[in-house]
Design a protein around this ligand. Structure first.
Ligand code: SF4
Length: 320
């Protein structure tokens, strides 16, 4: 009994110390109020402290030595999605576009480069070739010169001229709003088609890019490497209505906090739900310095971000 009381006092002191450390670091009072009931894992914001020890899928994931059940994984996955929705209420596609054709072209250009570089390139491209008819009739060398900053510009120019000709000849100059039609266009795979469907047509789609695949494997939502299998596994966890926004939230998290080489675990609000906590920097101060874009005080990737985006717009090409 005495030992139990001492144990409880020590735990309370540890909790209080952790909360004090978090509020000092974040400038916010994160300590639980007296008499308040502890919840499993309070919703946190970027920069809030991560748990002191490796989470191992802490709050609602598996117990050590006991494999997590599928049902527990689904619950944990849905909770991660809810928390990401609170952290990134402004999540959105990070390519600038004004219509489905522009989104299609920008997505094709985004292969092997950053959305920022694409966004800095497309204003001149769409000024020169605003419609599929214009782009289909482009002189290849002139189009290549404009898209050169995005890399692989000869292959991308061939795809853009080819897909524009197909839109003109087979689809009445309009981008089709169907997966089976989109994937017939030169240079358009399932990932590109899902981006276009989800963001230009409101058709739910899961976009498995490098960030999405990495994070969902870290979170043990899937063990698959093949993007089509990853998409199928994740689709089985969430209702269709969540697919598009889930994709944006996961990619936002991957670009800002859960980086490929050095994830900022010590500043990650979903650390208590993450089996991979500890793969990256766990020191809160050092982790805070790894945050990118609006979370780190830097410009975003879009030159024309949505009005609710809390960060700064990206600079035009050649100015930064
Ligand atoms: S940064 Fe990534 S690996 Fe680290 S705790 Fe967060 S989600 Fe998990």
């Amino acid at each position: 009994m005495g030992e139990q009381s001492a144990g409880r006092r020590k735990k309370a002191a540890d909790d209080s110390g952790r909360a004090r450390g978090a509020s000092e670091r974040t400038g916010r009072n994160t300590a639980p109020k007296a008499g308040a009931r502890r919840t499993a894992a309070p919703v946190k914001k970027p920069g809030d402290a991560a748990p002191a020890k490796k989470a191992g899928g802490a709050a609602s994931a598996k117990k050590p030595g006991k494999p997590e059940t599928h049902l527990a994984m689904v619950r944990r996955a849905r909770r991660i999605n809810r928390e990401l929705a609170e952290i990134y209420p402004y999540a959105h596609p990070e390519l600038d576009f004004r219509n489905p054709f522009e989104l299609l072209v920008a997505t094709v250009l985004s292969a092997q480069t950053t959305d920022l570089r694409v966004n800095q390139t497309t204003p001149a491209l769409f000024a020169a070739y605003p419609t599929p008819e214009d782009m289909a009739a482009a002189v290849p060398e002139e189009l290549e010169a404009i898209i050169r900053p995005t890399g692989f510009f000869r292959a991308k120019a061939r795809s853009l001229i080819g897909l524009s000709a197909s839109l003109r000849d087979d689809f009445g100059g309009e981008v089709p709003g169907r997966l089976d039609a989109l994937v017939t266009l030169p240079g358009v795979g399932r990932k590109t088609a899902n981006v276009v469907l989800g963001n230009a047509f409101g058709v739910p789609g899961i976009t498995v890019d490098t960030h999405f695949g990495r994070l969902v494997r870290r979170w043990k939502w899937t063990v698959q490497e093949d993007p089509v299998k990853v998409e199928a596994d994740v689709a089985a966890i969430f209702p269709k209505s969540e697919w598009t926004m889930l994709s944006h939230r996961v990619v936002f998290h991957g670009r800002r906090i859960c980086h490929a080489r050095r994830p900022a675990c010590g500043a990650c609000p979903i650390a208590p739900l993450c089996p991979a906590y500890g793969e990256g920097e766990t020191d809160p101060e050092k982790a805070g310095k790894l945050l990118k874009y609006e979370l780190g005080g830097y410009p975003g990737q879009r030159l024309s971000p949505p009005p609710d985006y809390p960060g700064r717009p990206a600079p035009p090409l050649g100015t930064a």
